[in-house]
Design a protein around this ligand. Structure first.
Ligand code: PLP
Length: 478
């Protein structure tokens, strides 16, 4: 038995560290080992409980309602407001879109209007639920363009079931003009969802600390729903987000019941039916342990770190902040002297994970940082590593991408590719091949692969990565 746990730990050795504040995407570290331990113990204690039936496991319902209550206190929820714990940001977004669609069974071709910077979860929702996504290019500050949004809504107001805003956007860390967007929506009787999955737990404290924050909560008239993740800046174990609605009427279409079979009547508030009580208990335990005061302290720490990173970056020739961050997310952009993807590789070589973001709509590739409270103690090391990484990237020069491969990719129609084409492309792009068994052989340094993907049209990039995932996801047989 102990052997299995030792093997688990050994398996984890190749993963990114979830503690230590050096992984600046995917994980959010409070830097408080006790809080972390309590969260994990709660997950373990509830791993076998089933959220399928709140009457069978009333403690889960109680914890859910308490979490929602805490969040509504933070986000100016009116007395009518309600909420649901989901498995993550994507599920919250999916349900917000599904509920908006199903609130209008009469609309044959529903559409939603969203800034081009909204999270890809909305594209997934569009794909799953047959809602047309109408993307509105953002303004120069990377926030939603109000006039263009109004024009987009008014092309088909009767078919528009949802207007979306981010607080903040993942890629750039800025908050959309929610007051204006929600106003446009409300004036036309359309729902407005604020996606605060990543920033929703930290922005209220930013405001409390006296930082300028664009209004975005339920205090803004016209905001009908908000998503906010506990497994991000709630510093809870993975697997919990909240979807909050202004009132239960707005939430109702999210619920699903089916008595059309001989078993128990299915009654679900989320996409999952059987669901582990673990993440919910873990989130509840973390929120109870930290409380309002704990989150305020962590927010103070994380914003000190953000400010120090922003200030320190101005001294590094070759890289700068793309747009002043309003939250805890920073997007860095390189000047012509070095390649952003090479900087990411160089940071990785120095023990820091920073996330490459591809070029999009005229914005060059950027480097994403999700700063956690735990990063605060290491900002000087971060800045040293960034200085050295930029210098190394300048020294290395531009990434060379085989023009033959680029031409080959450009000539292909991603919708009509065969499996054999994909194998050739994956090999040519360096994503697969080369290992002894002919399987995946990801290079340590990814700048070339990223540069190639960056040159590919978005549809081709998607197709290549889906083929890559297909090759990754193959059974291991004993
Ligand atoms: C703004 C925003 N929305 C939605 C999501 C999706 O959340 P998840 O990865 O938990 O599904 C994210 C994730 O980073 C996000 O930043």
């Amino acid at each position: 038995m102990t052997d299995v746990l030792a093997r688990l730990r050994a398996l984890q050795a190749d993963d990114l560290p979830v503690h230590g504040g050096r992984t600046l995407a995917y994980v959010y570290d409070s830097g408080l080992p006790d809080v972390d331990r309590i969260g994990r113990e709660a997950v373990a204690a509830y791993a076998g409980s089933n959220g399928l039936d709140p009457t069978a496991f009333p403690s889960l319902l109680r914890m859910e309602n308490e979490l929602v209550g805490f969040a509504l206190g933070l986000l100016d929820g009116p007395d009518t407001a309600v909420g649901t714990v989901t498995s993550g940001g994507t599920e919250s977004v999916l349900l917000a879109v599904q509920a908006a669609r199903d609130a209008h069974p009469d609309v044959e071709k529903p559409r939603m209007v969203l800034p081009s910077t909204a999270h890809a979860a909305f594209h997934k929702a569009a794909h799953y639920f047959g809602v047309e996504p109408v993307l509105v290019p953002v303004g120069p500050g990377f926030t939603a363009d109000v006039a263009a949004t109004e024009a987009a809504i008014d092309k088909a107001p009767d078919r528009t079931v949802l207007v979306v805003a981010s607080a903040p956007s993942y890629a750039h860390g800025v908050v959309d003009p929610v007051t204006e967007l929600a106003g446009l929506a409300a004036a036309r009787g359309i729902r407005c969802h604020v996606d605060a999955c990543i920033g929703g737990w930290v922005l209220p404290y930013a405001a409390r600390l006296g930082r300028p924050v664009t209004p975005w909560t339920f205090a803004v008239p016209g905001v009908t729903s908000i998503s906010v993740d506990l497994h991000k800046y709630g510093y809870a174990p993975k697997g919990t987000s909240l979807l909050l609605h202004r009132d239960s009427e707005v939430r109702r279409p999210q619920f699903f019941a089916s008595a059309a079979w001989p078993g128990y009547t299915m009654l679900n508030s989320t996409m999952q039916s059987t669901k582990s009580g673990g993440p919910l208990a873990g989130a509840w335990a973390v929120v109870e342990s930290l409380g309002d005061t704990g989150y305020e302290l962590l927010s103070r720490e994380v914003f000190e770190a953000v400010d120090a990173i922003v200030a320190g970056t101005t001294d590094i020739q070759g890289v700068e902040v793309l747009v002043p961050p309003q939250s805890t997310l920073v997007a860095l952009v390189t000047d012509g002297s070095c390649d952003a993807f090479t900087v990411c590789d160089e940071m990785a070589a120095r023990g820091w994970y920073v996330q490459p973001q591809m070029s999009y709509a005229g914005t060059p590739p950027t480097i994403h940082l999700s700063v956690s409270a735990a990063t605060g103690a290491h900002v000087p090391e971060f800045l040293q590593a960034l200085t050295a990484s930029v210098a190394a990237a300048q020294e290395a020069g531009p990434v060379s991408v085989d023009p033959g491969v680029v031409a080959f990719i450009e000539a292909l129609d991603p919708a009509a590719l065969t499996d054999a084409d994909f194998d050739g492309l994956l090999a040519a792009s360096g994503l697969v091949g080369g290992s002894d068994d002919g399987g995946l052989a990801l290079p340590d340094r990814l700048a070339e692969v990223n540069a190639l993907l960056d040159l590919a049209a978005p549809e081709m990039r998607e197709a290549l990565l889906v083929a890559f995932l297909d090759r990754l996801s193959r059974p291991t047989r004993g």
